[in-house]
Design a protein around this ligand. Sequence first.
Ligand SMILES: NC(=O)c1ccc[n+]([C@@H]2O[C@H](COP(=O)([O-])OP(=O)(O)OC[C@H]3O[C@@H](n4cnc5c(N)ncnc54)[C@H](OP(=O)(O)O)[C@@H]3O)[C@@H](O)[C@H]2O)c1
Length: 226
Amino acid sequence: VTSDATPDRIGILGGTGKLGAGLARRWAAAGIPVVIGSRDPDRAEARAQELRRDIPVDAAELSGASNLAAASAPLVVAAVPAEGAEELVADLAGTLAERILVSAISPLAFDASGPRPAPLADGRSAAELVAELAPAARVVAGLHTVSSVGLSDLAHPLDEDVLLATDDDAAGDVVAAAIGHLSGARPVRAGPLRLAGTLEALTAVLISINKRHRVHAGFRVTGLER
Ligand SMILES: NC(=O)c1ccc[n+]([C@@H]2O[C@H](COP(=O)([O-])OP(=O)(O)OC[C@H]3O[C@@H](n4cnc5c(N)ncnc54)[C@H](OP(=O)(O)O)[C@@H]3O)[C@@H](O)[C@H]2O)c1
């Protein structure tokens, strides 16, 4: 972590996927080295090679490795489907100790009416489950409303806010600094981790808006500047 709280490396669990790849492109293009993790390191390396073709030549290193290697970065993003999160985070709990871990996981269900939030059986959010499975990790919930399509389009800055929920203020500062490097994104500290479920549910709202209006929308909070 540098003096302005920007992490000097970011690891992405499930970085071969849609959200992870979009984040990796943007952060590497902004000069932050990124390692995308996968259950299959060969797949991650192949994906990293593909992503490197689309980023400026002066971008930071973008590499592919195991999820375990990605989990050893000072800032780690969990960008895996809710179904796979429990086993993955439990397996990596030791490595994730003292790391800042962003949970972007949104548990959703889909039917004929579209997406809806699908919180865990006991009403907990995915981020709270992650915090329980990796108790020494510094968990921040965020990135739930950032579209992978927008992230991957490096020619256009994002135009949106990224809401963060955490009980660890210093970890929130580091994540906010990292989000500040996603061009056009503004981090907004929303409150404690117990609000994570509300942020996760917003993904369903966003997907529904996108389908109805045939767009890739983002969220904005107004009235923050005084
Ligand atoms: N896509 C978006 O725009 C977006 C926006 C906001 C939030 N999110 C949230 O971010 C998370 C990732 O979304 P996504 O669209 O990027 O998902 P995705 O592309 O379907 O999956 C991401 C990666 O997760 C890994 N994975 C899949 N199943 C797994 C399992 N059972 N166990 C461990 N790893 C598994 C895969 O990597 P390997 O096979 O290489 O291991 C896959 O490439 C989700 O929780 C989603 O709700 C997505």
